[in-house]
Design a protein around this ligand. Structure first.
Ligand SMILES: [Zn+2]
Length: 376
């Protein structure tokens, strides 16, 4: 087997490859069609091959009133929720609750907190309970996840420096997995193609080339594979959604919802209400509710994923959302078939013969391809 240097770049859009001279010079490239949603499931699909149906959840937070960590705080949280429209007071209360509970509660309204739990374990976490590329037996890893205590601007640099050391010391018959995540951050807060974004892409391009040159010195037969989980696009329209004004108060016996930046999940066991909500959302002309065929195709058939999954049109964003109160300059999490949402799979030589006649790949296929070349 040839040793493989596998580099994961969070959020590198296929459509931005022409700004990265080294990466775009690699022999083979494919568009990666992500799953719906965000890193919590997109990275899992790419690196462990599991769709939300097989993973057992969709999204970082899920509707789970019977086992929600804040279920015993339901009454006081309802009382405290009167602060929702006093921005700074609400932020302070969220921060206090976050500190007391040790749970990252983002911007979830206090009155809804007792309905949700977060089963999410990062695929980069040693506790991730399924087989994955990072936890294969002959894979050594350097992941930004392990440097999350550093300020965000220092994480990728620390990974790069550590990766150089690993290349010098990695045992024979092993592969090296390197994960860098700051491009996602720069894309969200500075926007795609901003000066900061161009600089970050140029830096990553040089770093990956340097790591591969070092890897080849150590292993002349070494191969390079570069992957990303999804793309990114600039936000152009903000939408404030207030379902309560149309459908009344959220209650488990009527409906509950979770609002991410580009995605809305609604749970209800009332078919009539579900139909009314789908019609209401459709009339807003800002996005689409997933069809049964789409849910089947992307492994989102469980009702626990949401009785309605509504995704915004490209470049539209919910503000505020349960994720935060501010808008981002760049976002992902739109429909996976939109080209701006596509990630990358690149390889230094024809490592994936099964993919040669295909231009686009779904994330779980890539896991299968990586798994087969990294376990021989
Ligand atoms: Zn992101």
């Amino acid at each position: 087997m040839s040793p493989i240097l596998l580099v994961f770049i969070d959020s590198f859009p296929f459509d931005y490859l022409n700004h990265a001279p080294f990466l775009s010079s690699l022999a083979n490239s494919w568009r990666v069609i992500p799953g719906f949603g965000y890193s919590s499931t997109c990275q899992v699909e790419l690196l462990s091959g599991l769709t939300p149906d097989s993973l057992g959840y969709f999204g970082e937070w899920v509707y789970n009133p019977a086992d929600a960590p804040f279920r015993k705080w339901h009454s006081p949280l309802q009382t405290l929720s009167v602060t929702r429209h006093i921005y700074y007071l609400d932020r302070v209360l969220h921060k206090i609750l976050q500190r007391i509970s040790g749970i990252g509660i983002k911007n979830i309204p206090l009155s809804y907190l007792s309905y949700f739990s977060s089963p999410y374990v990062s695929v980069f976490d040693k506790r991730f309970p399924h087989s994955s590329i990072p936890n294969l037996p002959r894979v050594k890893g350097v992941c930004s996840y392990d440097y999350s205590s550093l300020p965000v601007e220092k994480v990728d640099t620390a990974v790069y420096e550590r990766a150089k050391q690993c290349i010098a010391n990695i045992p024979e018959n092993h592969h090296l997995f390197v994960s860098m995540t700051k491009l996602d951050h720069v894309g969200h807060w500075n926007g795609v193609d901003s000066p900061e974004y161009r600089q970050k892409v140029a830096e990553l391009d040089q770093w990956v080339e340097d790591l591969y040159v070092r890897f080849l010195k150590r292993f002349p037969e070494g191969e390079l594979v570069v992957i990303s989980d999804h793309g990114m696009v600039n936000v152009k329209q903000l939408v404030t959604l207030e379902l309560e004004k149309v459908f009344g108060k959220v209650r488990p016996d009527t409906y509950t919802y979770f609002l991410d930046g580009t995605l809305l999940r609604i749970w209800s066991d009332q078919p009539h209400l579900i139909n009314n909500m789908v019609d209401y959302l459709s009339n807003l002309q800002i996005g689409v509710s997933l069809t049964t065929n789409e849910r089947n195709a992307f492994g989102l058939t469980r009702p626990s994923c949401g009785n309605i999954i509504f995704v915004l049109n490209e470049s539209v964003m919910f503000v505020p959302s349960f994720w935060g109160g501010r808008s981002s300059k760049g976002m992902h999490g739109y429909h996976p078939l939109i080209s701006s949402q596509h990630g990358i799979l690149l390889s230094s030589t024809a490592l994936f013969p099964d993919f040669t006649s295909i231009e686009e790949l779904r994330a779980p296929q890539i896991f299968q391809g990586l798994h087969s070349i990294m376990t021989v």
